[in-house]
Design a protein around this ligand. Structure first.
Ligand SMILES: Nc1ncnc2c1ncn2[C@@H]1O[C@H](COP(=O)(O)OP(=O)(O)O)[C@@H](O)[C@H]1O
Ligand SMILES: N[C@@H](CC(=O)OP(=O)(O)O)C(=O)O
Length: 439
């Protein structure tokens, strides 16, 4: 049996956390490939090492003195090394980092050092071989991940390595230029390693006992989800369930390797199993709820829009021209709404609006900012009647005004748009109707 174990930043924030991690790894001989993140927050209000690195590099890029900032980062690692009683020095690595920062080696190089250094400590602490992710994870020149080449190089490199530590979050282009995944990307590395070594299980260790029905920062002690499909989890993580990166399921899904989300601080808890298919009947009609704030709705109205062939394409062309991807596009006979991320749209809004006017000459063109989207996801929703009705009556009772509704054809999710300010109330109302009232 082979297991790949990824530990998130919260599991590796201090020497005390490292000790728990070693106990977990040593309690199962199958836990052979370890993917660490950079040290995360030790307490609420603390700063993740990745964020410290971004800030430090920003100073270097401005030709400011960054030595104090870098020294604080080194102190975080030294605290761990000393706390574990290791005879390891990262002085050489920090000298190299300082000179590369001065030479402006890039933001992605800077951020990647968090995982790189933590990987060195972890390998030393466990007595496992350190395999640099730059050697085995390949990115294309445009920054996209090259799955095929990576799988080839990595499976060959790890073929004869019994136990290894591979740092998460980064890889490199063929010429050695360091590239990173988006934030939270160590989850993706874990999945890539699991596929390359053909693991039986990918364990993702974090600070919660699995994926919960709703975000524990909004719902106090939410119900855990014991089993969820890749598809459902993808919907939830894309819509804000940050416990697993939204792209982390792809490599393991192809190989049919299940993911188990587990809690480093409570290892005996079952956590959540993420699988392709399951006969496990979900406890509730819905599997989970997740959401994100800060979208903007662009409402377009034009009489006889329905008869104008190519109308939708032209509208989307305006967004495409300025590199803005759309999230949803509910429509009526003579109306169409395009929902996009406010932060992406804001700086280009006038250009996009002018383009839409020019391309389709709408009667009305309106903007509605500060919209939150909430996804209600569940494989059980297909069979259940009246799910949408229950959602809307719960929201109406909570006096939440629904701005938009979208139901995917897969029937495993319903998306509702509400005001940012009503986001938490809406999630609580939906959680209550499907979970609390069923308990
Ligand atoms: N539905 C959810 N279930 C569990 N955790 C969630 C959910 N939605 C958001 N989270 C948040 O995800 C966090 C774990 O992810 P993350 O901070 O990336 O951990 P790590 O540092 O271990 O990678 C939890 O502490 C929790 O606040
Ligand atoms: N350290 C990186 C990558 C990562 O995956 O971290 P974590 O496992 O702590 O979410 C980040 O902060 O984005």
């Amino acid at each position: 049996m082979k297991k790949v174990v990824k530990f998130g930043g919260s599991s590796l924030a201090s020497a005390e956390q490292f000790t728990k991690v070693k106990d977990i790894i040593c309690s199962d001989i199958d836990r052979r490939y370890v993917v660490p993140s950079a040290p995360g927050k030790r307490f609420s209000g603390d700063t993740k090492v990745t964020d410290m690195l971004y800030t430090c590099y920003a100073a270097a890029e401005q030709d400011e003195d960054f030595s104090d900032k870098l020294a604080k980062i080194q102190a975080r690692y030294n605290e761990i090394i000393n706390g574990l009683g290791l005879t390891l020095s990262l002085d050489t690595q920090f000298e190299e980092i300082a000179s590369k920062f001065a030479a402006k080696a890039g933001k992605e190089y800077a951020a990647s050092r968090g995982e790189y250094l933590n990987g060195i400590i972890m390998a030393n602490y466990l007595g496992y071989e350190f395999v640099d992710a730059a050697e085995v994870i390949r990115f294309n020149h445009d920054g996209s991940f090259n799955a095929a080449v990576t799988n080839k190089i990595m499976s060959k490199r790890l073929e004869k390595v019994e136990r290894a530590v591979i740092p998460g979050f980064f890889g490199a282009e063929e010429d050695g230029t360091i590239r990173t995944f988006s934030r939270g990307g160590s989850d993706i590395t874990g999945s890539i390693v699991a596929r390359a070594v053909n693991a039986n299980l990918y364990e993702n260790w974090t600070d919660v006992s699995g994926c919960m029905v709703a975000d524990p920062r909004i719902i106090r002690n939410p119900e855990p989800i014991t089993t969820i499909t890749y598809k459902e989890l993808r919907e939830l993580s894309y819509m804000g369930a940050s416990v697993l990166h939204e792209d982390a399921i792809f490599p393991v899904r192809q190989a049919g390797i299940p993911i188990n989300i587990k809690n480093t601080n409570s290892p005996e808890d079952r956590g959540t199993m993420i699988v392709e298919k399951t006969c496990h009947v979900p406890k509730y009609t819905i599997t989970g709820i997740a959401g994100k704030k800060d979208f903007v709705a662009i409402n377009i109205e034009k009489d006889m829009m329905n008869a104008e062939i190519g109308f939708g394409r032209k509208v989307l062309e305006a967004f495409e021209k300025y590199g803005i991807s759309f999230e949803h596009m509910p429509s009526g006979v003579d109306t169409m709404t395009v929902i996009v991320h406010q932060s992406e749209f804001e700086e280009k809004e006038q250009k996009v609006l002018t383009e839409i006017k020019h391309l389709v000459h709408p009667d009305v063109l309106d903007l509605e900012p500060d919209i939150a989207l909430i996804a209600i996801v569940g494989r059980g929703m297909r069979e259940a009647r009246g799910t949408a009705g229950r959602i809307f009556s719960a929201l109406a009772h909570a006096k939440v005004n629904v701005k938009m509704i979208d139901q995917g054809s897969s029937e495993i999710n319903i998306i509702v748009g509400v005001k940012n300010s009503e986001f938490e109330t809406a999630i609580k109302a939906i959680y209550d109707i499907f979970v609390v009232s069923q308990l």
